[in-house]
Design a binder for this molecule. Sequence first.
Ligand SMILES: NCCCCC[C@@H](C[SeH])C(=O)O
Ligand SMILES: [Zn+2]
Ligand SMILES: [Zn+2]
Length: 258
Amino acid sequence: NHLLPISVGEKQDKKAIWIDCGIHAREWISPAFCMWFVQNVSPISPEPNITHILNHMDVYVLPVMNPDGYKYTWTTNRMWRKNRSYSTDSSCVGVDLNRNFDANWCTEGASDKPCSEIYCGAFPESEPESEAVANFLRSHKDSVQLYLTIHSYSQMLLFPYSCTLDEAENHNELVSFAKIRRYYRNTYKYGAGGKTIYLAPGGSDDWAYNLGIKYSFTFELQDRGRYGFLLPPSHISKACNEALIAVKTIALRVIEKT
Ligand SMILES: NCCCCC[C@@H](C[SeH])C(=O)O
Ligand SMILES: [Zn+2]
Ligand SMILES: [Zn+2]
């Protein structure tokens, strides 16, 4: 299936923000957030912060980065995570797209076994989905100032590095950005991915960061595990609203800094 990115605001080759959702098929709140974001960040929106962001930034949104896997969760297996690519030397299907980028690829925290949920693929960017996103970011690396990739669940705001336990060179700045206030009684944990959640090499955020996009974040949206990936529809608006506030806050801070 095709990757269908959306460009928000009149494209004037300004600085840019990239947001991708749905890299992991079962994390349904993620594509929901991207669509919520696009509907709330429309150029006709009177909200002054939105107008300010769109005056300074082109916004690129990819609501479903893993369309084959997402479709598979609707038709066959709700708990599928990976894409649906076939492996030459195994009957198992799918690569974990968030282990397929060229950042300490396939080291500890990923697996070289095609049947693993964190299978890194045959080589970096072996998958059409990660290759397409990497190509776009490579060709826009001078304008993209902020990279956001939306996942669920566990309510965390993570930043590089997850591929090692090293600190990013602007670590303290990233901490200050990630210290988002409490929203709707829900608090988000924040920190460098490797230390805050687990070692996860080959991630899109680390790769974007190493490309030169120094503001790079992975969101883990609601909840903390009560429903997990199966967040009920009644929780969508609250989960998306609090994430939207965080994204707007970070975007405004990046505009100040760049
Ligand atoms: N780039 C790695 C960020 C930390 C891990 C994120 C989670 C999201 Se489900 C993962 O890819 O396992
Ligand atoms: Zn995920
Ligand atoms: Zn997750």
